[in-house]
Design a protein around this ligand. Structure first.
Ligand code: NDP
Length: 460
């Protein structure tokens, strides 16, 4: 980096050296955090052209600053099960970046949760939240608690214990969580209730994803899944394709997957497969999304049960087999790194036309490289799944104004946000000489807004 100060004159080499040095240092300081390093690497690879055009960012240490969380909170969560036995889990909240607004990002309850996964999710959130154009910073939280098989009262006791500690660090202008894997309306309701009880009042804007009957926004539940499909439809138009008449596969059968399926079907697609962490369903007549809702949202059962209602459908053990199903469009909506190189190869061999990431970082780097090499249209998560947090920001606005928008009003705004994000990614990619590359476009557009805000706020 000294060569910048001394006026060394090859901007490309300076930018490359900078990115390389910062990544090496990040790796040295966070050696165990493979998901976080994977997410950082993906951003770094896109940002070289930015540092060539704007070398002043280098002197300002922007990459070093943007990759270090403002605050990391970890804490003990002790709770009692129905038999009176005490268990201990670990709670996390990563308050990564507040340059654009209060920290904003979901809470995940899953046994795999650790510092690396929390940091990768919070880091991705920086760029995603920036792309929405809304005044929100970035954070993420959760616990290694496994909600599967727990009774309703156990879930309540756990979430209350979790919130008793976390509440010290939240506030509607400070940090506003929402749901994520393992955290739906019920869990949000318990956490919101406990926060208010501890604070001795009612602070509507401290949580999003609340039940619309109790301060939530209509359309939030549907927003991430619908948003993925709205974004993908814009991308498909680029090549004269559409959801109409396309064969689609969607991994997962949770919040994002269910509403991605619902919207894809509404736009005329046939969704032939979906999954959970045990296996996948193939229904050549088209998945009936109301049955999926009944099994997963109402009964809290396994996707295997779909066969009980639709005898023509087939169930296969093991969730990774879903990628071998012939399709035009694949929407990975379950979890990180679910599409590896092998799965990508199967999709490409079946001549998939487009991938839109509903989950966060569902495709490994090798998988993405293979899609790009084979001209598969690719919508990266931080752009494609930004609809959820965009509607969360709308929920915050409604809470502040103490009014409720209709479902149609929220949905219309969501469609506009997704179109704007798409256009911003496309234009930015073009401007930086990567026409049509939405990965580069999303990374650079998301980065520039935050980086400029950080510089405007001085050195910190
Ligand atoms: P949910 O908990 O509602 O659903 C997750 C679904 O994925 C479940 O069906 C789960 O199955 C399944 N699943 C988990 N692991 C695997 C696996 N290895 N293979 C196949 N299926 C699997 O979570 P969400 O829908 O909220 O979140 C899904 C993804 O979307 C996450 O990456 C999340 O970070 C991201 N996201 C969510 C947003 C939101 O608004 N909810 C916003 C933006 C991103 P099982 O029931 O067996 O566990």
């Amino acid at each position: 980096m000294t060569n910048v100060v001394e006026g060394y004159s090859d901007p490309k080499k300076i930018a490359n050296d900078y990115v390389h040095e910062v990544y090496a240092s990040l790796k040295k300081r966070n050696p165990e955090e493979k998901e976080f390093l994977q997410a950082a690497r993906e951003i770094f690879d896109s940002l070289r052209p930015v540092f060539i055009k704007n070398p002043s960012f280098i002197k300002d240490g922007i990459l070093e600053r943007i990759t270090e969380p403002e605050r990391i909170i970890t804490f003990r969560v002790a709770w009692e099960d129905d038999q009176g036995k005490v268990h201990v889990n670990r709670g996390f909240r990563i308050q990564f970046n507040s340059a654009l607004g209060p920290y904003k990002g979901g809470i995940r309850f899953h046994p795999s949760v650790n510092t690396s996964i929390m940091k990768f999710l919070a880091f991705e959130q920086i760029f995603k939240n920036s792309l929405t154009g809304q005044p929100i910073g970035a954070g993420k939280g959760g616990s290694d608690f496994d909600p599967k098989g727990k009774s309703d009262r156990e879930i309540m006791r756990f979430t209350q214990s979790f919130m008793t500690e976390l509440s010290k660090y939240l506030g509607s202008d400070l940090d506003v969580p929402a749901g994520d894997i393992g955290v739906g309306r019920r869990e949000v309701g318990y956490m919101f209730g406990q926060y208010n009880r501890l604070k001795g009042g009612y602070e509507a804007g401290v949580f999003t994803g609340k039940d619309p009957n109790y301060g939530g926004s209509l359309g939030r539940k549907e927003a991430t899944g619908y948003g993925v499909v709205y974004f993908a439809e814009e991308m498909l138009k680029q090549k004269g394709f559409s959801f109409k008449g396309s064969k689609v596969i969607v991994s997962g059968s949770g919040n994002v997957s269910t509403y991605a399926m619902e919207k894809a079907i509404a736009l005329g697609a046939k969704v032939v497969a979906c999954s959970d962490s045990s296996g996948y369903i193939y229904d050549e007549n088209g998945i009936d999304v109301e049955t999926v809702k009944q099994i997963k949202e109402v009964q809290n059962k396994r996707i295997k049960d779909y066969k009980k209602y639709h005898s023509g459908a087939k169930y296969y053990e093991g969730c990774s087999g879903i990628w071998s199903v012939d399709c035009d469009i694949a929407l990975p909506c379950a979890t990180q790194n679910e599409i590896d190189e092998r799965a990508a190869f199967e999709l490409v061999s079946n001549q998939v036309k487009a991938i839109a990431e509903g989950a966060n970082m569902p495709c490994t780097k090798e998988a993405v490289d293979l899609f790009m090499k084979n001209d598969v249209l690719f919508a990266p998560a931080k752009a494609a799944n930004a609809g959820g947090v965009a509607v969360s920001a709308m929920e915050m606005s409604q809470n502040s104004m103490r009014l409720n928008w209709t479902f149609e009003e929220v949905d219309e705004r969501l469609q506009q946000v997704m179109k704007d994000i798409y256009r911003n990614c496309l234009d930015t990619a073009e401007k930086y000489d990567f026409p049509g590359n939405l990965i580069v476009g999303a990374n650079i557009a998301g980065f520039l807004k935050v980086a400029n805000a950080m510089l405007a706020h001085g050195i910190n």
